[in-house]
Design a protein. Structure first.
Length: 335
């Protein structure tokens, strides 16, 4: 830094001496401070807290929920507070009791059952956009979000219908200021459309999209493109990872045996099945790319309508997933 031009002669000599003394003092001060600075540099992760989250799931309606629940419970970057089991309609006909039991089994296998609370959620879709469905799962969302804010939102993952999230918003509209939702939903942007999660509760998605809750949507299309696995790929990925790895690989193999041929035209072959819900874990771990898009309203046939004059909240659309890093992360923490 330029400090100005000193006078000639003695003034210049005095200035030089003072500058040298200041340099020495600064050097001593720097060395004295090193022990204070070093720990934070050596342990940069010590000040980073795991991100708290809640999962709502139709566990058992596919095999992907189990992978995502296992992954979320093991990831050190995340703090899975609770899993809420809700319904799955025909052809699976699963109740909240069954989906909660499915999630419990996953947590048992990966040895996290004592660390994650389990609650039953909705057993059917919302009757309309006014009346919530009250459940232990809805109360858990409200309670766990209580100490969160716009600057520190509780992450809520929608692996199935978002009925419990919408019910919580109906009971407490201010919840929109305390949560953020990441969901596997819709087919494409800007058309929308959906063959399962959204269609299972259209009213719930209308409530969610019209709220001020930030949403990140990972479509079935992006999951199919980046997370499609063959039986051999799944088996190789989980090889050597003990009971947990064998369990997840067997779920994938069993689903292929049951549905691979029936959906071969959609998945790219009877030996391929996507681990759809892992897309949401990719979002939380920063292993996906997304784009901010104008927030849609939802028609009754699950297609999008624009503009949404009810909500100006952020709406992000996932466009790609780092498959290698995502599955590598799962493998490391299953080990």
């Amino acid at each position: 830094m330029q400090v100005g031009a000193p006078a000639l002669g003695q003034k210049k000599h005095d200035f030089f001496n003072r500058a040298q003394l200041q340099k020495k003092l600064l050097g001593i001060l720097f060395l004295a401070c090193l022990p204070l600075v070093e720990p934070s540099v050596a342990h940069p992760n010590s000040i980073q807290r795991p991100r708290p989250l809640v999962i709502t799931t139709d566990c058992g309606a596919d095999m992907d929920d189990q992978w995502a629940i296992a992954h979320a419970s093991l990831a050190p970057e995340l703090k899975l507070l609770a899993v809420i089991g809700n319904f799955a309609p025909k052809p699976h006909n699963l109740s909240s009791e069954q989906t909660t039991a499915c999630a419990h089994r996953v947590l048992q296998v990966v040895r996290r059952v004592s660390k994650v609370a389990l609650y039953r959620g909705a057993d059917h879709s919302l009757p309309n956009r006014v009346l919530p469905l009250r459940s232990a799962g809805v109360q858990a969302i409200l309670r766990l979000a209580r100490n969160h804010s716009r600057k520190n939102r509780l992450m809520v993952l929608g692996l199935g219908p978002v009925t419990d999230i919408a019910s919580a918003l109906l009971i407490d509209p201010q919840l929109e200021n305390r949560i953020e939702v990441v969901a596997l939903a819709f087919d494409n942007y800007p058309k929308g459309g959906d063959g399962w999660n959204v269609r299972n509760d259209i009213s719930a998605w209308k409530i969610l999209l019209d709220s001020q809750t930030p949403i990140t949507a990972a479509s079935g299309t992006v999951a199919l493109k980046y997370l499609n696995l063959t039986r051999g790929e799944s088996k190789a990925m989980m090889r050597g990872l003990g009971q947990s790895g064998s369990y997840l690989a067997s779920l994938h193999a069993a689903w292929l045996a049951r549905y691979g041929k029936e959906f071969a035209d959609e998945t790219g072959g009877e030996d391929r099945w996507p681990v759809w819900d892992e897309a949401l874990i990719a979002v939380l771990l920063g292993l996906s790319q997304d784009r901010s898009r104008p927030r849609p309203k939802l028609n009754s046939d699950a297609t999008f309508a624009f503009p949404n004059r009810t909500s100006s909240a952020p709406f992000k659309w996932v466009i790609s997933i780092d498959r290698k890093s995502l599955f590598g992360h799962l493998r490391r923490h299953l080990n």
